[in-house]
Write a protein that binds this ligand. Sequence first.
Ligand SMILES: [Mg+2]
Length: 231
Amino acid sequence: MKYRLLIFDLDNTIFDYNAAENNALKLTFEYFNLSVTEKLKLSYREINERFWQQLEKGEISSEQLRVFRFEKFGQVHGIEWNAAEVSRVYLGNLGRGVFLVDGAEALLSGLRDVFRIGAVTNGISDVQRSRIGYSPFADLFDPLVISDEVGAAKPDPAIFEIFLEKAGIENRSEILMIGDSLTSDIAGAAAAGIPSCWFNPAKMPLPENCTAKPDFIIDKLGKVADIVFGG
Ligand SMILES: [Mg+2]
Protein backbone atom coordinates (compact mmCIF):
# COMPACT_ATOMS: atom_id res chain seq x y z
CA MET A 1 0.00 0.00 0.00
CA LYS A 2 1.19 3.44 -0.93
CA TYR A 3 0.31 5.35 2.25
CA ARG A 4 1.58 4.50 5.71
CA LEU A 5 0.57 7.53 7.72
CA LEU A 6 -2.77 9.29 7.47
CA ILE A 7 -3.20 12.78 8.86
CA PHE A 8 -6.73 13.80 9.66
CA ASP A 9 -8.11 17.25 10.20
CA LEU A 10 -10.54 17.07 13.14
CA ASP A 11 -13.22 19.75 12.89
CA ASN A 12 -15.84 18.97 10.25
CA THR A 13 -13.75 16.01 9.07
CA ILE A 14 -13.91 13.65 12.10
CA PHE A 15 -15.91 15.76 14.55
CA ASP A 16 -19.07 17.52 13.45
CA TYR A 17 -18.00 20.92 14.64
CA ASN A 18 -21.18 22.67 13.52
CA ALA A 19 -23.30 20.35 15.67
CA ALA A 20 -20.92 20.72 18.64
CA GLU A 21 -20.91 24.49 18.36
CA ASN A 22 -24.69 24.60 18.07
CA ASN A 23 -25.08 22.49 21.17
CA ALA A 24 -22.51 24.45 23.18
CA LEU A 25 -24.05 27.79 22.21
CA LYS A 26 -27.51 26.59 23.20
CA LEU A 27 -26.31 25.36 26.59
CA THR A 28 -24.32 28.54 27.18
CA PHE A 29 -27.11 30.93 26.18
CA GLU A 30 -29.50 29.00 28.43
CA TYR A 31 -27.03 29.17 31.32
CA PHE A 32 -26.99 32.97 30.99
CA ASN A 33 -30.80 33.12 30.60
CA LEU A 34 -30.68 34.17 26.98
CA SER A 35 -33.27 32.79 24.60
CA VAL A 36 -31.67 30.78 21.82
CA THR A 37 -32.61 31.98 18.36
CA GLU A 38 -31.19 31.17 14.94
CA LYS A 39 -30.49 34.87 14.47
CA LEU A 40 -28.34 35.02 17.61
CA LYS A 41 -26.45 31.87 16.66
CA LEU A 42 -25.81 33.22 13.18
CA SER A 43 -24.60 36.51 14.63
CA TYR A 44 -22.23 34.68 16.96
CA ARG A 45 -20.83 32.67 14.06
CA GLU A 46 -20.18 35.81 12.00
CA ILE A 47 -18.41 37.50 14.91
CA ASN A 48 -16.44 34.35 15.73
CA GLU A 49 -15.40 33.92 12.10
CA ARG A 50 -14.00 37.47 11.97
CA PHE A 51 -11.90 36.90 15.08
CA TRP A 52 -10.62 33.58 13.72
CA GLN A 53 -9.51 35.38 10.55
CA GLN A 54 -7.63 37.87 12.72
CA LEU A 55 -6.08 35.00 14.65
CA GLU A 56 -4.95 33.27 11.45
CA LYS A 57 -3.28 36.52 10.37
CA GLY A 58 -1.51 36.68 13.72
CA GLU A 59 -3.30 39.89 14.77
CA ILE A 60 -4.76 38.49 18.00
CA SER A 61 -3.90 35.59 20.29
CA SER A 62 -6.00 32.53 20.98
CA GLU A 63 -6.65 33.82 24.54
CA GLN A 64 -7.90 37.12 23.15
CA LEU A 65 -10.14 35.40 20.60
CA ARG A 66 -11.88 33.39 23.32
CA VAL A 67 -12.98 36.50 25.19
CA PHE A 68 -13.24 39.09 22.40
CA ARG A 69 -15.93 37.15 20.53
CA PHE A 70 -18.30 37.15 23.51
CA GLU A 71 -17.43 40.75 24.39
CA LYS A 72 -18.30 41.83 20.85
CA PHE A 73 -21.42 39.68 20.83
CA GLY A 74 -22.56 41.34 24.07
CA GLN A 75 -21.94 44.81 22.63
CA VAL A 76 -23.80 44.08 19.40
CA HIS A 77 -26.86 42.69 21.21
CA GLY A 78 -26.84 44.95 24.27
CA ILE A 79 -26.16 42.10 26.68
CA GLU A 80 -24.24 42.87 29.84
CA TRP A 81 -22.18 39.89 30.76
CA ASN A 82 -18.67 38.96 31.84
CA ALA A 83 -17.17 37.79 28.56
CA ALA A 84 -14.37 35.86 30.28
CA GLU A 85 -16.91 33.88 32.30
CA VAL A 86 -19.10 33.27 29.26
CA SER A 87 -16.05 31.99 27.43
CA ARG A 88 -15.20 29.60 30.25
CA VAL A 89 -18.74 28.18 30.31
CA TYR A 90 -18.86 27.93 26.53
CA LEU A 91 -15.51 26.16 26.20
CA GLY A 92 -16.53 23.71 28.92
CA ASN A 93 -19.71 22.90 27.00
CA LEU A 94 -17.82 22.63 23.73
CA GLY A 95 -15.23 20.28 25.21
CA ARG A 96 -17.90 17.89 26.51
CA GLY A 97 -19.88 17.69 23.27
CA VAL A 98 -18.82 14.82 21.04
CA PHE A 99 -20.60 14.76 17.68
CA LEU A 100 -19.04 12.66 14.95
CA VAL A 101 -19.20 13.13 11.20
CA ASP A 102 -21.16 10.32 9.50
CA GLY A 103 -18.89 7.35 8.89
CA ALA A 104 -16.00 8.61 11.06
CA GLU A 105 -16.15 5.87 13.66
CA ALA A 106 -16.45 3.04 11.13
CA LEU A 107 -13.67 4.48 9.00
CA LEU A 108 -11.18 4.97 11.83
CA SER A 109 -11.84 1.58 13.36
CA GLY A 110 -11.20 0.02 9.95
CA LEU A 111 -7.95 1.95 9.47
CA ARG A 112 -6.41 1.95 12.91
CA ASP A 113 -4.84 -1.51 12.79
CA VAL A 114 -3.39 -1.01 9.34
CA PHE A 115 -2.20 2.60 9.18
CA ARG A 116 -0.62 5.01 11.52
CA ILE A 117 -3.13 7.77 12.18
CA GLY A 118 -2.29 11.30 13.22
CA ALA A 119 -4.14 14.59 13.40
CA VAL A 120 -3.33 18.23 12.72
CA THR A 121 -5.98 20.60 13.99
CA ASN A 122 -6.42 24.34 14.29
CA GLY A 123 -8.12 24.80 17.60
CA ILE A 124 -8.02 25.44 21.29
CA SER A 125 -5.93 22.91 23.18
CA ASP A 126 -8.26 22.23 26.14
CA VAL A 127 -11.32 21.91 23.93
CA GLN A 128 -9.69 19.58 21.39
CA ARG A 129 -8.08 17.34 24.02
CA SER A 130 -11.30 17.17 26.01
CA ARG A 131 -13.42 16.22 22.99
CA ILE A 132 -10.94 13.60 21.83
CA GLY A 133 -10.88 12.21 25.37
CA TYR A 134 -14.66 11.82 25.43
CA SER A 135 -14.72 10.34 21.92
CA PRO A 136 -14.08 6.74 20.79
CA PHE A 137 -10.64 7.91 19.56
CA ALA A 138 -9.07 8.80 22.89
CA ASP A 139 -5.71 7.11 22.23
CA LEU A 140 -5.78 7.03 18.47
CA PHE A 141 -4.05 10.09 17.09
CA ASP A 142 -0.27 9.86 17.17
CA PRO A 143 1.06 12.41 16.69
CA LEU A 144 -1.67 14.86 17.58
CA VAL A 145 -0.66 18.43 16.77
CA ILE A 146 -2.89 21.29 17.92
CA SER A 147 -2.19 24.79 16.59
CA ASP A 148 -2.77 26.35 19.98
CA GLU A 149 0.04 24.26 21.49
CA VAL A 150 2.69 24.67 18.81
CA GLY A 151 2.24 28.31 17.79
CA ALA A 152 1.58 27.59 14.12
CA ALA A 153 -1.72 26.98 12.35
CA LYS A 154 -2.72 25.46 9.01
CA PRO A 155 -2.11 26.47 6.21
CA ASP A 156 1.33 27.41 7.55
CA PRO A 157 3.56 24.49 6.47
CA ALA A 158 5.39 24.92 9.79
CA ILE A 159 2.64 23.01 11.60
CA PHE A 160 3.15 20.08 9.20
CA GLU A 161 6.92 20.21 9.73
CA ILE A 162 6.31 19.95 13.48
CA PHE A 163 4.00 17.01 12.84
CA LEU A 164 6.54 15.24 10.61
CA GLU A 165 9.31 15.68 13.11
CA LYS A 166 7.14 14.13 15.83
CA ALA A 167 6.09 11.31 13.48
CA GLY A 168 9.67 10.61 12.42
CA ILE A 169 8.64 9.94 8.84
CA GLU A 170 10.79 11.32 6.04
CA ASN A 171 9.08 10.16 2.88
CA ARG A 172 6.19 12.55 2.31
CA SER A 173 4.72 10.52 -0.54
CA GLU A 174 3.76 7.86 2.04
CA ILE A 175 1.55 10.34 3.85
CA LEU A 176 -1.99 11.45 3.05
CA MET A 177 -3.67 14.50 4.60
CA ILE A 178 -7.47 14.32 4.78
CA GLY A 179 -9.49 17.45 5.53
CA ASP A 180 -12.55 19.52 4.66
CA SER A 181 -10.83 22.87 4.12
CA LEU A 182 -9.14 23.75 0.84
CA THR A 183 -7.59 26.88 2.31
CA SER A 184 -6.14 25.33 5.45
CA ASP A 185 -5.86 21.52 5.06
CA ILE A 186 -5.20 21.15 1.36
CA ALA A 187 -3.17 24.34 0.89
CA GLY A 188 -1.12 23.57 4.00
CA ALA A 189 -0.40 20.00 2.94
CA ALA A 190 0.58 21.16 -0.55
CA ALA A 191 2.95 23.76 0.92
CA ALA A 192 4.57 20.99 2.95
CA GLY A 193 4.79 18.62 -0.04
CA ILE A 194 2.24 16.16 1.34
CA PRO A 195 -0.45 14.48 -0.84
CA SER A 196 -3.99 15.37 0.14
CA CYS A 197 -7.61 14.35 -0.02
CA TRP A 198 -10.36 16.96 0.12
CA PHE A 199 -13.42 15.83 2.07
CA ASN A 200 -16.14 17.75 0.28
CA PRO A 201 -19.55 16.49 1.47
CA ALA A 202 -21.34 19.52 0.01
CA LYS A 203 -19.90 18.61 -3.43
CA MET A 204 -18.72 22.14 -4.04
CA PRO A 205 -16.87 22.79 -7.28
CA LEU A 206 -13.14 23.29 -7.04
CA PRO A 207 -12.62 27.08 -7.32
CA GLU A 208 -11.08 28.29 -10.59
CA ASN A 209 -8.31 30.11 -8.77
CA CYS A 210 -7.44 27.14 -6.56
CA THR A 211 -3.65 26.93 -6.58
CA ALA A 212 -3.26 23.94 -4.27
CA LYS A 213 -5.25 21.13 -5.86
CA PRO A 214 -6.05 18.03 -3.81
CA ASP A 215 -4.91 14.65 -5.15
CA PHE A 216 -8.30 13.17 -4.31
CA ILE A 217 -11.79 14.54 -3.71
CA ILE A 218 -14.41 12.56 -1.77
CA ASP A 219 -17.97 13.35 -0.74
CA LYS A 220 -18.25 10.62 1.89
CA LEU A 221 -15.69 10.01 4.60
CA GLY A 222 -15.82 6.24 4.10
CA LYS A 223 -14.25 6.71 0.65
CA VAL A 224 -10.89 7.34 2.35
CA ALA A 225 -10.74 3.56 2.73
CA ASP A 226 -11.07 3.05 -1.05
CA ILE A 227 -8.11 5.36 -1.61
CA VAL A 228 -5.74 4.04 1.03
CA PHE A 229 -6.50 0.33 0.63
CA GLY A 230 -6.60 0.62 -3.15
CA GLY A 231 -3.40 2.61 -3.54
MG1 LIG B 1 -11.91 21.18 9.29
